[in-house]
Ligand binder design. Sequence first.
Ligand code: LLP
Length: 434
Amino acid sequence: MHHFSYSGHDLHCESVDLAAIAKLYGTPTYVYSAATMADNFHRLQRNLGGLDLQICYAMKANSNLAVLRHFANLGAGFDLVSGGELRRVLAAGANVRTSVFAGVGKTEGEIKLALENDIYAFHVESEPELARINHVAGQLGVKAPIAIRINPDVDANTHAKITTGKSGNKFGIPLKHAAAAYEAAAKLKNLRIRGVQMHIGSQITEVGPFVEAVKKVAPFVAELKAAYAIEYFSIGGGLGIVYQDALASGSAAWWDAQPADRRPLTPEAYGAELTPLLAPLGLKVLLEHGRFMVGNAGVLLARVEHLKRGAGKNFLIVDAAMNDLVRPAMYESFHEIVPVHRDSSRRALVADIVGPICESGDCFAKDRKIQEVGEGELVAFLSAGAYGYVMASRYNTRGMPAEVLVNGSAFELVNARETFEQMTAGEKIPAFLQ
Ligand code: LLP
């Protein structure tokens, strides 16, 4: 469910006409719905309500400071993966004390920064990393809280680039070696064992892999509780969202109409299956969802440059490109693309929807059916709130897009479009070329 829908002929985010945002701030621009984010957060919280729960929003999905503050206000901590992300949490006026630090290659500097800011725990991926954290904690004269990431070797049935819980991935420690890793951690005097973690992948749309992973790891978690008095179990993130029917999935009616065996995973089903497995452990449960929290809460607005009619092929050339939204080029992922002004008298068009970048990979959709739209008209790429702006680049010296946050009938620019001067500020011509 989300808050993007047509009011009359015009696509709105909550009560705001997207055309008004494009008029004020130009395109390409990401637009986020604060209400959708809050709904997603509350749904997740409510459906695992029987547990001692801490949601650590995986901020890699969307780390705009306004988005972070919004989640912090709702009561979220953060799952962060770099010193830069940690500094974003601070800059948003949020708390590192309820946040966890993940990733396979944390630097000494990043570990120090996290310890100085009272990180709730490090999620550790290897024994060399345990030694490094122990070393930095020793230098600071503190005990570093840690949890070891277990790789449960479960197939998440998702895209190869975003599955993480199989034994061939670079992530975590296999279950059969995990006891030894905890024994090693217990011997390091500057570490404090606080919990255990796992994460099996992203964009998971069925509950089975989550259930399988929790069932597989739960007996070991119980052993850890007995041996080390751990206080939490993080089951990671990964809850998928609807891409194909993104617009329709905004309404409860669409969900009700889906046959039970084809209904994409909901927080209701996720909570109903997992709560009974987690409750008996008697531990705090951490969730690290990113995509679910923000994915359907954002669109990318773009303007049509040209409709190029070719021999047997049409190209709709828009002013957004793979540098603004890389997911289709990188993962062959599907984003629904809709006109901002809907006009049922127009003919349908079948076209490749592409950006202006000089390579064929700059293609958002092949042979996509869309209402005929012409130069200057607006389109919206749906389900772009997660892994959109954060994965954008400056390829072709295209500045980073703008970001706008909507709240009811109010909206504000929360990140200005990047200027040429900002883009080139760190560059210079060396003396030997002058
Ligand atoms: N926890 C850990 C340890 C993770 O590695 C990730 C995501 C998450 C939580 C959050 O997963 P989520 O709830 O968002 O599925 N760029 C890709 C997705 C990469 C996900 C990486 N790890 C995409 O655009 O699909």
